[in-house]
Design a protein around this ligand. Structure first.
Ligand code: F6R
Length: 577
């Protein structure tokens, strides 16, 4: 049940180690879906399970997708079962050393070395908690892990650079890398900090860096398990697209009062900034580009955006604010990006849907984007909520730094408050006009998305959604760039989706496409094929265009027989660099 709640994150194998009343460990693993694991459990003919167990969904990084490489892993004697998220960077040298010491490895997975390191410690008579601590002291890398010892049935968990929470209930103690997995049972939970080790059912055993500490404060569980049910929808993506107007309104209810008076900014206690640097990946980077455009347009703030994985290339700048955008707050590229020397000297503001995340803990201040749980691997409502919370934050900051007047900001707040209705209207239009377009274009091999200025991040997001979900080529370009190369891709019938934010120069670019026989589909202002934008001058750009672009990607993916909630090769939370 808990593993099913994590299905959305993407995985290619799944497994469990469960203690039986006979004192053995049953290890069940499969490269099938979670349903296949449930079938193995149903077929289990051994002694009953005694309630102690660990489980894992694996998204392969080290070692092929095989049942043997699936977690849990075990030591030579089968006493230690272990599940691990993260990476053991010095696995090769540890493995060589353990090999020489006589340990037998049965997988190529880095996590297996952890089992053998703990085994060595236990052979020396070290207590299990201390054994784990000593083992981890030898490891370079990151982990959220759980160890189940066969003989004692004890479960010890540990975290560093990877999320892990524990919850205590009348039904027992739970630990998970994502609160969604245990939200059905847990009302409150504690978040493990870096270097924490704790034994389940023994909160007094909490250690940080080897020293016993009081357990961290309890956090209220933000949602119940049923919030992540399909509730009559055929897929999560459809549900989450439909939830956007409500989610956008919720974000505004939380933040709007602090915009025009600058209070949202003031309460973050961050210093004024001369320049802005926005870090993110994928969809969050697209939302970051919306924020960057807004900061330039409204406040004249020089702004750069950078992918988390490239942030180390940046030049240090003491007068900048770094805004790190990440719905999960666990994207390794973003976490590493904000910790690089070039960026780390600046104040970091995290804009995330997960205020308990590693990113939130690393940052100097946090603004939540309050989208609620998003299960579809492709980001939809989290993008909309990021854009709205980013706009709220930046307008408030510009008021706080006297770059925008309270009066102009109040007018912008009124405009922002219209966004939920604009999203709902866009959805109604899109649901009528997209299906016939999909009938026409589903066989096309490639798609081009173009936009200018404030429309460009939305073209990027449209192309990203289409390629993720349909596995067809879909690229975005600044419309003015087409003639500098990509126009060579346009032939008779090539679909070119134009994000029309009312920029008069778009007409010339559209004419260039039409002259080559390209098929232009205009999403945006009145008069186009998909007219959903009635506020083209808004500094957050043509946000309502997002909805038809999402619906286009989903409808075409379904027409092509794709799994829209779990696109191939992708995971919801990308915790490797
Ligand atoms: C696209 C998508 C990804 C994520 C990216 C960053 O639909 O979901 O591109 O946006 O992996 O993830 P977060 O926002 O969690 O940092």
């Amino acid at each position: 049940m808990g593993l099913r709640r994590l299905e959305y994150r993407g995985y290619d194998s799944v497994g469990m180690a469960l203690r039986t009343t006979g004192g053995d460990i049953a290890r069940l693993r499969t490269t099938g879906r979670i349903g296949a694991l449930e079938a193995l459990l149903d077929d289990w003919a051994g002694p009953r399970f005694d309630g102690a167990g660990i489980g894992h969904t694996r998204w392969a990084t080290h070692g092929a997708v095989t049942e043997g490489n699936a977690h849990p892993h075990v030591d030579c004697a089968g006493q230690i079962s272990l599940v691990h998220n993260g990476i053991v960077e010095n696995a090769a040298s540890l493995r060589a050393e353990l090999d020489r010491a006589g340990h037998t490895f049965v997988t190529t997975v880095d996590s297996e070395v952890l089992c053998h390191l703990i085994e060595d410690e236990r052979r020396r008579g070290t207590d299990l908690v201390r054994a784990l601590q000593n083992a981890l002291a030898r490891v370079h890398g990151s982990w959220a892990l759980a160890v189940l010892e066969q003989g004692s049935g004890r479960i010890i968990v540990a975290a560093k650079g990877s999320p892990l929470v524990v919850g205590h209930t009348a039904e027992g103690d739970f630990a998970a890398s994502d609160i969604a997995a245990i939200a059905d049972w847990v009302d409150e939970y504690r978040v493990l900090g870096d270097g924490d080790i704790v034994e389940l059912a023994r909160p007094d055993s909490w250690r940080r860096g080897g020293i016993v500490i009081p357990p961290p404060a309890l956090t209220r569980c933000p949602w119940r398990g049923r919030d992540v049910e399909l509730n009559g929808y055929t897929d999560y993506m459809a549900k989450e697209i439909d939830e956007q107007p409500e989610a956008a309104a919720r974000v505004l209810d939380e933040l709007a009062d602090g915009i025009a008076n600058g209070a949202l900014w003031e309460q973050l206690n961050l210093p004024p900034f001369e320049r802005l640097r926005v870090i993110g990946c994928g969809t969050s980077l697209n939302a970051g580009n919306v924020l960057a455009n807004l900061a330039r347009r409204l406040g004249g703030v020089p702004t750069t955006t950078v992918s988390g994985s490239e942030a180390a290339q940046e030049v240090p700048d003491t007068a900048q604010l770094v805004v790190a955008m990440s719905q999960s707050g666990e994207t390794a590229d973003v976490l590493r990006g904000v910790q690089t020397g070039a960026v780390g000297i600046s104040p970091v503001l995290a804009l995330t849907n997960n205020p308990q995340s590693t990113l939130a803990r690393l940052a100097d201040a946090v603004v939540g984007s309050s989208a609620g749980p998003e299960i579809g691997v492709a980001a939809t409502k989290t993008f909309i909520c990021q854009v709205i919370s980013a706009a709220a934050l930046m307008i408030s900051a510009l008021v706080g730094m006297n770059r925008v007047s309270a009066r102009s900001a109040a007018a912008l707040v009124d405009d922002l408050r219209r966004v939920p209705d604009q999203l709902a209207a866009a959805s109604a239009v899109a649901k009528c006009v997209i299906p016939p377009l999909v009938d026409q274009f589903a066989a096309e091999a490639g798609f081009i998305f173009i936009g200018r200025g404030l429309g460009l991040p939305y073209a990027a997001e449209g192309a990203l959604k289409l390629k993720e979900l349909t596995y067809r080529w879909a690229e975005h370009y600044p419309a003015g760039e087409l003639k500098h190369g990509p126009l060579a891709l346009v032939g008779v019938g090539t679909p070119v989706i134009v994000i029309d934010n009312g920029d008069p120069k778009l007409a010339g670019n559209v004419a260039e496409v039409r002259a080559r026989g390209g098929h232009v589909i205009t999403v945006g202002c009145a008069g186009g094929a998909i007219p959903v934008v009635d506020d083209p001058a808004a500094p957050w750009g043509p946000i309502a265009a997002t909805v038809p672009l999402q619906i286009l990607a989903r409808t075409m993916a379904l027409a092509l027989g794709r799994d829209v909630d779990k696109p191939r090769n992708l995971a919801k939370s990308v915790t490797v660099e």
